[in-house]
Design a protein around this ligand. Structure first.
Ligand SMILES: C[S@@+](CC[C@H](N)C(=O)[O-])C[C@H]1O[C@@H](n2cnc3c(N)ncnc32)[C@H](O)[C@@H]1O
Length: 327
């Protein structure tokens, strides 16, 4: 397939966390031969709806570009959206900052016999962004539907961190601040584990256990209630660590991180295998940089800024800086 000219308007828009667009585009090209363009931060354009297997777990939503000025002109796009999800009368909802515009569109689409079901839609007509989202291709329906808590990492962000970790078949993955289990679960769905998701908060651990059980992943993911600074794990047993650390905003505090980050890094250095690799996400960047600088056995070999939900954390790729002395 040849690349679309940079100026061609893309008919199909794939939404992903800003900062992962290049990885999404690389996977589409290299694994599926699909050409794409970067339409906007966190929006990748392609000229046809890719098969669900080609979308990958970093893609959150799939939509068709639509002219929000006139419902009659948009009807062919809505028909194409319905065809893309294999439905003739899909349930829809309309989003618009202007209530009159919203009512006009609901009437126009409802006149075709399509049910307006805002809580259970197949097509989301978003007039503010000029897009109609395809419900069955949303991350939560394609990858995993998870019970969440306020600090839960968005699934596509977790997938991006896993992508940076370069997991190999059989690697043991650890998320020491695993919350509701998002990282370990996305890995288990994609790779089959094995993974350990640990968290010190009892509610997070209970939620993670429910998520793992609901998805039938008990054989792939072990959930532990544990302090990330004192993990109940042997030395040199973890191949990959992927974690969204407490930033000190929703969870903990900047002051707490000054002692927590060095303590977590000390224990990660202990449990990590000789060729281990960590991908650690934090918005408390100065505290994290200080902590790594003081952890003499670890070094940062890569950084990537990711933007989502009003935060702009950095994913740090961390490896051993020297061979461990045998104990
Ligand atoms: C940003 S959230 C991670 C969310 C997680 N990735 C998810 O999707 O649910 C940070 C998590 O770190 C946990 N945490 C804070 N201090 C911890 C500690 N000392 N040991 C283990 N977990 C800790 C919090 O309970 C919270 O679930």
């Amino acid at each position: 397939m040849t690349a679309a000219p940079e100026t061609a308007p893309s008919a199909v828009l794939l939404g992903c966390p800003d900062g992962l667009d290049d990885l999404v585009r690389g996977d589409l090209r290299e694994r599926h031969g699909i050409a794409s363009e970067r339409v906007a931060p966190g929006v990748v354009g392609v000229d046809a709806v890719p098969a669900a297997e080609a979308l990958g777990p970093m893609v959150e939503r799939v939509g068709l570009a639509l002219d929000p000025s006139d419902p009659q002109r948009a009807l062919p796009v809505l028909d194409a959206a319905a065809a893309a999800i294999g439905m003739t009368q899909p349930a829809f909802r309309v989003q618009s900052a202007d209530p009159d515009t919203r009512s006009r569109w609901i009437d126009a689409i409802g006149a075709r016999g399509w049910p307006n079901l805002p809580a259970d839609w197949q097509l989301n007509v978003d007039l503010d962004t000029g897009r109609v989202d395809l419900g069955p291709l949303h991350w939560s329906r394609r990858v995993a539907r998870l019970e969440r808590l306020p600090a839960t990492t968005p699934g596509p962000v977790a997938a991006g961190l896993l992508r940076l970790a370069k997991l190999r078949p059989g690697d043991l993955l650890l998320d020491p601040c695993g919350g509701v289990g998002t990282v370990a679960i996305v890995d288990a769905v994609q790779r089959g584990g094995p993974a350990i998701s640990a968290d010190s908060d009892a509610e997070s651990v209970a939620t993670a256990r429910r998520n793992v059980a609901a998805l039938g992943l008990d054989d792939a993911v072990e959930v532990l209630e544990a302090d990330a600074a004192h993990l109940p794990l042997d030395d040199d047993c973890v191949d990959r660590v992927v974690s969204d650390l407490p930033f000190g905003k929703r969870i903990g505090s900047n002051e707490l991180n000054r002692t927590l980050y060095p303590a977590i890094l000390r224990d990660l250095e202990r449990v990590l295998t000789a060729d281990g690799r960590c991908v650690l996400l934090t918005d408390d960047k100065r505290v994290f940089a200080d902590a790594v600088a003081r952890a003499r056995g670890l070094k940062v070999v890569g950084e990537r800024v990711i933007r989502y939900n009003g935060v702009t954390p950095t994913a740090y790729v961390v490896v051993r800086s020297r061979r461990r002395k045998r104990r």
